[in-house]
Design a protein around this ligand. Structure first.
Ligand code: ZN
Length: 484
């Protein structure tokens, strides 16, 4: 059993006991998996006598928890009466600028656990007219509600599983509400015989969680064991993917720790946020990283001394595709059939495969370029440029001078110009000289600037302290608005 410390909307800490989600099912599944592995290993030995003994040690030494505290401390925290304002003051003095919100008097109650409210779950093929009919409600009321607000017609396009809440008095409808999206609820109420509607915004609460794991089989399995969602595991893989080759570098015993956000609405977890800080220990080397939003809105992960975790370029402009022709200064051209330097790399891929800009930059050239066919050249600062040729088409909206982001789709694979089949011809130029895009050493993306240093230092020291020792007081200081 573990305990979570939550800071509620009135900023009073609350301690909740919880059982890590679906732990029992995972254990059951793992038991099945282990039995299967054991069985197949044993059978392998008997019949083939060549089975390599497989490791069945899939049990990771992992405890997903937020904060583990002693019963004494819990008692102390639970009985502590901390007036909201004093609590705010404590926070703002320990961590200036941390909290900018003011305590709220009352939170809009969207969970219909109040008396008088009935929940109606929309079934397949259901519509509001049928719902009203089933509950003996007046179609006139429905018509009135549909016209009471510009967003009310959303009631006509309900999906199965959506919930409508109704409040009736003496068989008459008095109020209706339903969620437009994660934060917005449409509330229609009858006042003086007429329905009026308003959109109520629910405040989402962001809470921090800590998780850690040791890798036995794969980072993915260890992430699952630590209670991380697929989205968070992918994020962790992305953060360290610039430094670690997951196929080659991972060793048994490598470990990670993360601090991440979970989004709650009315005490219910509704979404997973982002990893805010992480540490990855790979073959005895630890890399710590912190998420930070720069002044221009660009969000990146930085090492604790402010270096960008990201490279300025991704290696490969295609997600899917294989190298069909390497960088070769003495290649015989397949179409021209004579020696002509191949100053780039060809990636064979199906026509229409998206092509991504490998770095942030600006479109320097877009159009037809002789044998290159439909081509885009992106300029990345003063030193670098990349070229993408033989496209079938450009992405809509691409034009000269347009800024592009790393990973942004700029066009699609084709065989325009001199090409025998659909492929991308990709060039990488440094100071005007062609370099092999596959082997060139890629520069880091911009590090923390001098102007950002102070803010980054406050931000990162707070998150890294949490990473090292998550504690209730530090968790309470977290404000999603300042950290994004
Ligand atoms: Zn080529």
């Amino acid at each position: 059993m573990a305990y979570r410390v939550y800071i509620k909307n009135d900023y009073r800490p609350e301690i909740v006991r919880f059982r890590p989600e679906s732990r029992r099912w995972r254990i059951a599944f793992r038991t099945m998996l282990i039995s299967f592995l054991l069985l197949s290993t044993v059978t392998g030995f008997i019949f083939f006598e060549s089975g390599e003994p497989e490791s069945n040690n899939t049990q990771a030494a992992v405890t997903p928890f937020t904060v583990t505290i002693t019963p004494d401390a819990m008692q102390e925290a639970a009985t502590r009466e901390q007036p909201a304002l004093q609590f705010m003051e404590n926070i703002t003095t320990t961590f200036p600028g941390a909290i900018t919100r003011s305590p709220r008097e009352e939170v809009m109650e969207t969970a219909p656990d109040r008396p008088g409210w009935t929940d109606v779950k929309i079934k397949r093929g259901d519509n509001m007219a049928q719902v009203f009919n089933r509950h003996g409600l007046s179609p006139r009321d429905l018509h009135e509600i549909l016209n009471s607000h510009e967003l009310a017609p959303a009631l006509k396009h309900l999906r199965p599983g959506q919930v409508i809440s109704l409040r009736t008095k003496g068989g008459d409808l008095h109020a209706l509400k339903f969620d437009l999206d994660l934060t917005r609820t449409l509330l229609a109420t009858k006042q003086a015989g007429v329905f009026t509607s308003e959109v109520v915004i629910a405040e989402l609460e962001t809470r921090l969680e800590q998780a850690q794991g040791v890798i036995n089989d794969s980072l993915y399995l260890a992430g699952q064991d630590a209670g991380l969602s697929d989205k968070l595991i992918m994020q962790l893989i992305d953060i360290y993917g610039w430094d670690i080759d997951y196929r080659l570098d991972i060793r048994k015993g490598d470990s990670f720790r993360v601090i991440y956000e979970e989004i709650f609405k009315n005490r219910e977890k509704v979404a997973t946020g982002n990893i805010l800080a992480a540490e990855f220990s790979n073959r005895g080397r630890s890399i710590r990283s912190v998420r930070f939003a720069r002044a221009d809105g660009q969000v990146d992960y930085f090492t604790d001394n402010g270096a960008n975790m990201r490279k300025a370029f991704i290696r490969n402009p295609l997600d899917f595709g294989r190298i069909s022709s390497h960088f070769n200064l003495k290649r015989k051209h397949p179409v021209l059939n004579r020696i002509r330097a191949h100053k780039g790399v060809d990636y064979a891929a199906a026509t229409g495969t998206p092509i991504k800009a490998t770095g942030d930059g600006k479109v320097q050239f877009i159009g037809n370029k002789g044998g290159y066919g439909k081509t885009i050249i992106v300029k990345h600062g003063e030193k670098y440029s990349t070229l993408y040729a033989h496209m079938s088409r450009f992405r809509k909206g691409m034009k000269r001078g347009k800024p592009v982001k790393q990973g942004q789709v700029i066009g699609y694979v084709g065989k325009s110009g001199l090409a025998t089949g659909p492929h991308l011809h990709y060039e990488f130029r440094m100071n005007g000289v062609h370099r092999n895009p596959v082997t060139v050493s890629l520069p880091q993306a911009d590090s923390i600037s001098v102007a950002e240093t102070d803010e980054f230092r406050i931000h990162s020291s707070y998150l890294l302290a949490l990473l090292d020792a998550p504690d209730a007081e530090l968790l309470a200081q977290y404000d999603p608005k300042t950290s994004l």
